[in-house]
Design a protein around this ligand. Structure first.
Ligand code: PXP
Length: 238
């Protein structure tokens, strides 16, 4: 199982003072030195954290697997086709949300998603669809020709330690199995932390976890390299 570290919040901190520190590029280098398998960054329509200059620098200055999270818009498709990240994760985006709130509604329009992702796939980008763990979304992802999905672990993470944990976990597990039965590779992410990540080993065949907030939060106290290493210890046990 691979670990992609989402470094959006390094940019959030930098943008708080409109300056240059902490450096997104330095952060990516530290994550990779610690053993992260890739770097994930979300270029949002409003550029609230990662900016164009960051995503291009991540691609050009650093030799790593780069996963670009992006909305299914014409602007983002154009940037992705120019940037050619190793992978793109297509997410829904609402302007007022604090972070990505729900999964992409592929079931509502699989044809649109198919037409959107095909040029990316044809240019060698591994495209994943960030979806909620629902059967209809998995089936729609298959219809839209997606080869990867990223299961939204937000509901599981919020339910962790409560009566709802088991049912949310089972949704993830069943969805992963269904997707894998269609030949789709399964990633997961959102809200995962040093406690709730441990159950991910109970989902067989997970390809990659994308984790940001908990790692960056822990780095405030123990440093980014140690925070990534600690997460890797948990992910690699899987
Ligand atoms: N995966 C996707 C698609 C996301 O949108 C996010 C948040 O940007 C993450 C993973 C990482 O979530 P978190 O920061 O809660 O670990």
């Amino acid at each position: 199982m691979l670990l992609g570290v989402n470094i959006d919040h390094i940019a959030t901190l930098r943008n708080a003072r409109n300056g240059s520190e902490p450096s997104v590029i330095e952060a990516a280098k530290v994550c990779l030195k610690a053993g992260a398998n890739g770097i994930t960054a979300h270029l949002r329509e409003d550029r609230r954290h990662i900016k164009d200059i960051d995503i291009y620098a991540l691609r050009k200055d650093i030799n790593c697997r780069l996963n670009m999270e992006m909305a299914a818009t014409e602007e983002m498709q154009k940037i992705a086709l120019d940037l050619l990240p190793d992978s793109c994760c297509i997410v829904p985006e609402k302007r007022r949300e604090i972070t990505t709130e729900g999964g992409l509604d592929v079931a509502n329009n699989p044809e649109y998603i198919k037409n959107f992702i095909l040029p990316l796939i044809n240019n060698g980008i591994n495209v994943s669809l960030f979806i909620d763990p629902y059967e209809n979304q998995i089936e729609a992802a298959y219809k839209s020709c997606a080869k990867y999905i990223e299961l939204h672990t937000g509901s599981y993470s919020s339910a962790f330690g409560t009566d709802l944990e088991e049912s949310e976990f089972q949704k993830l597990k069943k969805s992963a199995q269904l997707a894998q039965s269609f030949g789709i590779k399964v990633n997961a992410g959102h809200g995962l932390n040093y406690d709730n990540v441990k159950r991910m080993h109970q989902i067989s065949g997970l390809h990659e976890l994308n984790i940001g907030h908990s790692i960056i939060s822990k780095s405030v106290f123990i440093g980014l390299e140690n925070a990534v290493k600690d997460m890797l210890l948990l992910v690699n046990k899987i």
